[in-house]
Design a binder for this molecule. Structure first.
Ligand code: UFG
Length: 333
């Protein structure tokens, strides 16, 4: 299939670009404005077009010229804290640009769409909804979560208006790890995610890791998250793409179904790296729910997907391989 990947120069998108080609022989065209992505992350024969999605007429021409059959839409801003400070950036990048992309698809007659949504659309679920299934009420507590939920709603309206549109909305939990051969990986600026920060501390690139809150109502007082390996996540996208149907949207939570605390992740990093990692215990980070982990049963029973990387040391090890090979990210290549 000819697949257009938006945000294909970013962390998750670049893994999609690689695996769509390597694992399934698809032809890939990337549209990325390189605001956060890296040209060097786009691997294989993929064509990289550096452009804004907002220019939908141009994007429609790209689709037509490359006979695109499916769009995987990764391009987005994804920092919860930043979204509180700069909400308009999030509604513009994540919501308005998704509308522009749909316009381009409409113009070019592309009918298959796989959307990167997020567990942030659930907000802070009450205990009875954990582990989190797809029917958990969606009550986002940040502009980031709302910017993605709006797109889910827009997709439903658009699909209802045309009848032949096929789409998936995949709600990610904490995406982690990197391509096991270390060729591509996570390179954010600034880096805010737990696993890369811990590993940067292990590699001597940071003095310490600060734990944001040690007084949560969790077994060891630190927040619990569901860390899903990026390779598994992309496998789920490919399975979903093959299963798209006009009958109904495919809506799935992507996680491993098990939560690890911040302290457990640090212990895993100590085991994997064999390095001393200095910890500082700090205050809570505003907006962090204590416990978030998925119930991934629906995608398993519907499509047969389940995460293969379920051992946290295995997930952390792939991220460590990347950092060892690229301590300064793509710019250090
Ligand atoms: N944490 C620390 N110290 C750090 C960084 C993180 O203690 O230096 C903690 C956080 O407080 C949180 C956990 O580690 O408890 C995980 O934090 P991340 O920033 O790695 O991930 P989040 O759970 O905050 O965010 C993820 C995705 C977002 C998504 C969100 C949904 O990265 O894109 O889940 O809640 F929106």
């Amino acid at each position: 299939m000819n697949v257009l990947v938006t945000g294909g120069a970013g962390y998750i998108g670049s893994h999609a670009v690689k695996y769509l080609q390597e694992k399934a022989g698809h032809q890939v065209v990337v549209v990325d404005n390189l605001s956060r992505g890296h040209r060097r992350a786009v691997k294989g024969e993929a064509i990289l077009i550096v452009h804004e999605l907002a220019d939908w007429k141009h994007v429609a021409r790209v689709m037509t010229n490359n006979q695109i059959e499916c769009v995987m839409h990764f391009a987005a801003k994804a920092y919860v804290g930043e979204s509180v400070e700069r909400p308009l950036d999030y509604y513009s990048n994540n919501t308005a640009d998704a509308v522009a992309l749909l316009r381009a698809m409409d113009q070019a007659g592309v009918r298959k769409f796989v959307f990167s949504s997020t567990c942030a659309t659930y907000g802070e679920p009450s205990d009875e909804h954990i582990p989190i299934g797809e029917t958990c009420p969606q009550r986002p507590i940040s502009p980031y979560g709302r910017s993605k939920l709006f797109v889910e709603q827009i997709l439903r309206d658009y699909a209802a208006s045309c009848g032949d549109f096929q789409y998936a909305m995949l709600r990610y939990f904490n995406v982690a790890g990197s391509d096991p051969n270390g060729e591509i990986g996570e390179d954010h600026d600034p880096e805010t995610h737990l696993i890369p920060i811990i590993l940067q501390a292990a590699a001597g690139l940071r003095p310490h890791i600060e734990i944001f809150g040690t007084d949560y109502a969790t077994p060891d007082g630190t927040c619990v998250r569901d860390y899903v390996h990026v390779e598994d996540l992309i496998d789920a996208h490919m399975v979903a793409m093959e299963a798209l149907t006009t009958d109904h949207p495919l809506v799935y939570n992507l996680g491993i179904g098990k939560g690890y605390s911040v302290r457990e992740i640090i212990e895993s990093a100590r085991r994997v790296t064999g390095k001393a990692i200095t910890i500082k215990e700090g205050p809570r980070r505003p907006g962090d729910p204590p416990r978030l982990f998925a119930n991934p049963a629906k995608i398993k029973s519907d499509l047969g997907w389940q995460a293969k990387h379920t051992d946290i040391d295995d997930i952390v090890r792939t991220a460590w391989t990347w950092i060892q090979n690229h301590p300064h990210g793509y710019n250090g290549e």
